[in-house]
Design a protein around this ligand. Structure first.
Ligand SMILES: NC(=O)c1ccc[n+]([C@@H]2O[C@H](COP(=O)([O-])OP(=O)(O)OC[C@H]3O[C@@H](n4cnc5c(N)ncnc54)[C@H](O)[C@@H]3O)[C@@H](O)[C@H]2O)c1
Ligand SMILES: [Zn+2]
Ligand SMILES: [Zn+2]
Length: 396
């Protein structure tokens, strides 16, 4: 009998490899999923969103299996699945979406109304609907015909798996942030955060034809990687205020578009900038010119047990809205509807239009047993994007 090893959250800063049963075509509420498939994971990435859970800052039950950035081979197919076949290599969008509700039908798969009984939003390996994560050997994916993106050719896809593994979340997410911020040919852009999402956003801004692309962070190794790949950087831990640093690079204190790739665990600016959950949104308000287009990809949470103030614990932010309202800001926030972009980005990768992506993402493939160590190193600010390869499909 085939088992299933998985990475489970067991408490703040603690994840471990656990042995589970092989998954069944059954949803978290016990209903049969004839529309589902079992996927053998080929790659499953560790994300900054997992770090919110890892740090105990996003509430999740102990024992929850992590992993929402999943790519794999279909090994079992439910009776009602018509198009996906056994043996297909597929990218699994991190949103769990039914394809049947009003929001799914309107292409808002990030707010599917049926896959989580508590709130309109389902995701694997998150406390959003109870769906088992994919940092494992095997996982169940419901609504397979609707959700899965099949790669046209397996060998071609495996040759580009370093980039294609990012289609389940951070590449479409970064692209969505740029689109919502209004990035187009010639735009100047400020991207807050040089984590994997911010680094993907820099590459997406380039794909969209942006001119000056500035990435801000305080972690030197991440900034160096971004600079080496040909983008501009600012160091948010410097004494020099953010707008002055933007001016030093761009010749103007304001850029056209801003993308938040940080979220509520943000640090303030300057050498002693402690935690400030509104720092990034307020920073974008300052450095994005009117009419200010902003894509807020960074996660914000209604409850943050580790926050410093009572307001922050309840997810209430000190956003400078009165002062900045005059800029006609338009701000899109929330999870990315991955299916809106993943096919187009897959084609861009397969046809060599994003060959510069891997330089800035800095993917490292690791075996499943190394995941607990990778969580620790990633949390410390490593400039890598760790991708678990549970079956040794990539690391031959
Ligand atoms: N909306 C979505 O669908 C979606 C999808 C994936 C990830 N996310 C979120 O995107 C965010 C980034 O993900 P990641 O994997 O890159 O995480 P990460 O934790 O690796 O990176 C965040 C970076 O932000 C930096 N930072 C902190 N304060 C800052 C500030 N004031 N200005 C600039 N940089 C600052 C940190 O030093 C860190 O390098 C997370 O909140 C993650 O949950 C959202
Ligand atoms: Zn993610
Ligand atoms: Zn739906």
């Amino acid at each position: 009998m085939v088992g299933n090893r998985a990475i489970a959250y067991v408490g703040p800063k603690k994840v471990e490899v656990q042995k589970l049963d092989y998954p069944k075509l059954i949803d978290p509420r016990g209903n049969k999923c004839d529309h589902g498939v079992i996927v053998k994971l080929v790659t499953t990435n560790i994300c900054g969103s997992d770090l919110h859970i890892y740090r105990g800052r996003f509430q999740a039950p102990k024992g929850m299996v992590l992993g929402h950035e999943n790519t794999g081979e279909v090994v079992e197919v439910g009776h009602d699945v018509a198009f996906i076949k056994k043996g297909d290599l597929v990218s699994v969008p991190f949103n769990v979406a039914c394809g049947r509700c009003r929001n799914c039908r309107e292409r808002h798969t990030e707010v599917c109304e049926t896959t989580n009984p508590e709130v309109a939003c389902g995701a694997y390996g998150f406390n959003l609907g109870g769906w088992q994560g994919g940092q494992a050997d095997y996982m169940m994916v419901p609504y397979a015909d609707f959700q899965l993106l099949k790669f046209p050719d397996k060998d071609q896809a495996m040759a580009k798996i370093r980039d294609l593994t990012l289609l389940s979340d951070i590449l479409p997410t970064a692209y969505h942030g740029c689109m919502e911020a209004g990035v187009r040919t010639g735009s100047s852009v400020y991207i807050a955060g040089a984590g994997p999402v911010g680094r993907c956003a820099a590459a997406c801004a380039r794909l969209l034809g942006a001119s000056c692309i500035i990435v801000g962070d305080s972690i030197k190794a991440r900034l160096e990687l971004v600079k080496k790949a040909g983008y501009e950087v600012v160091d948010t831990s410097k004494k020099t205020p953010l707008a002055d640093q933007v001016e030093a690079v761009f010749g103007n204190r304001e850029v056209d578009c801003g993308v938040d790739c940080v979220g509520y665990e943000a640090h303030g600016y300057g050498p002693s900038g402690g935690e400030d959950p509104a720092a990034v949104i307020n920073g974008l308000f300052q450095v994005v010119r009117a009419p200010a287009g902003m894509g807020v990809l960074g996660v914000y949470s209604p409850a943050d047990p580790g926050a410093k103030t009572k307001e922050a614990k309840e997810g209430k932010l000190g956003v400078d809205f009165g002062k900045e309202w005059i800029k006609s800001p338009s701000l899109t926030a929330g999870q990315c509807p991955v299916m809106k972009y993943n096919r187009d980005l897959m084609m861009a990768i397969l046809w060599g239009r994003m060959d510069y992506l891997s330089e800035v993402t800095n993917v490292e493939f690791i075996p499943l047993e190394k995941a607990p160590e990778a969580y620790h190193v990633f949390d410390e600010g490593s400039p890598k994007k760790f991708v678990i390869d549970p079956h040794g499909s990539v690391r031959k």
